[in-house]
Write a protein that binds this ligand. Structure first.
Ligand code: SAH
Length: 332
């Protein structure tokens, strides 16, 4: 079993001469523990209204240039059924922290979606224990909430009005409520250190994450980080590869932010640890408005045909799973 100490992780992250070794080791671990199947998740971005002001994110409440939208519960449910009809076995609802979606409204949406034969992932930001408990009771299976960075000082700088401990509290609540729990980090935040990225990876393990999403920072022109340098794709891939090697059988998406930096970014990610792809199934008229960063999803592949995602995946020796893609295979 491959285990790395924090010092070893730091050394690997700092040294680019052994990247080929790292990436092929991560690919081997991925193959051994989760196989060649790729799990697809239908991503529905249901609101871009957000009360937070994360310094890097285009949805931050202080970005007055963004045209805001919010799907109605009915539209969200229809979009989810649509994804199920196309063949998706998981629907992911992602949005800003929008107060319209109270506990009761969310419970109604979750209950309706769960009438279909589909696993449901929520990614709505921080919620109270009671809300999370109610969502779980209505049938929500998984929850994604990235810790973004475990460097508390940097976290505070990047997230005005927010509290690191509350985010960790959510993760622990989710775990205790029996969700499959996803978290992750941004790579390339200003002043982020390699040491803190090593801490992020160890945190993922400590919290018992079932899914980890890692993406490079992409500077958004309508945010305080407009002049920041984009994160490095290679460093993001290395953090992801190390996460695969340490956490082994978890689910790891090839993130869209990786594809924004390189047209082949997602395929690269699938070859160094990732086993999940999240195609964007948001309503077309709103897709451009869910602009957490610029040029997001412009390269997303069609689901069918010669240039399809499936054709791409087959060309690298992978297939599309027909299962729900839980980490714990006995779960459904
Ligand atoms: N409100 C939800 C969903 C946030 S959007 C929540 O709080 O969990 C999903 C992810 O997009 C975030 O967790 C963040 O890591 C990523 N993101 C936001 N802005 C970004 C940017 N400028 N570049 C790259 N990733 C970004």
């Amino acid at each position: 079993m491959t285990e790395f100490t924090k010092d070893e992780i730091i050394e690997i992250l700092k040294d680019d001469t052994k990247n080929d070794w790292l990436f092929s080791l991560a690919d081997e671990v991925r193959k051994k523990y989760v196989g060649d199947e790729i799990h697809l998740r239908a991503l529905i971005e249901y609101t871009n209204i957000c009360k937070n002001a994360c310094k890097y994110c285009g949805l931050r409440c202080e970005n007055r240039q963004l045209e805001r939208y919010r799907l109605t519960p009915e539209e969200i449910i229809n979009q989810a059924y649509n994804a199920v009809d196309i063949g998706f076995k998981t629907v992911v609802l992602q949005g800003g922290e929008d107060a319209f979606f109270s506990k009761d409204v969310m419970c109604e949406i979750i209950t309706e979606i769960k009438r279909a034969d589909v696993a449901l992932t929520l990614s709505l930001g921080e919620r109270s224990y009671n809300d999370l408990k109610a969502f779980r009771k209505c049938g929500a299976d998984r929850y994604l909430i990235r810790i973004e960075t475990t460097d508390r000082k940097l976290y505070r700088k990047m997230h005005p009005y927010m509290d690191f401990d509350n985010r960790v509290r959510c993760l622990r609540d989710l775990k205790s409520l029996g969700y499959e729990v996803g978290t992750g980090c941004l790579v390339g935040l200003p002043e982020q250190t390699i040491e803190s990225l090593a801490d992020d990876i160890l945190f993922f393990k400590e919290i018992g994450a079932d899914m980890i999403g890692i993406g490079p920072l992409i500077a958004h022109p309508q945010t305080p980080l407009k002049d920041a340098k984009n994160g490095s794709l290679t460093l993001a891939l290395k953090v992801m590869a190390l996460t695969r090697i340490l956490l082994k059988d978890i689910n790891i998406p090839a993130t869209t932010a990786m594809e924004t930096l390189d047209p082949n970014g997602r395929i690269m990610a699938l070859q160094c640890g990732a086993n999940v792809v999240m195609p964007n199934l948001s309503l077309e008229e709103h897709q451009a408005k869910y602009e957490i960063y610029p040029n997001k999803g412009i390269n997303s592949l069609p689901l069918e045909g010669e240039n399809s995602l499936e054709a791409k995946l087959l060309s690298i020796g992978r297939t599309i799973s027909t299962g729900y893609g839980f980490r714990n295979k006995e779960r459904k």
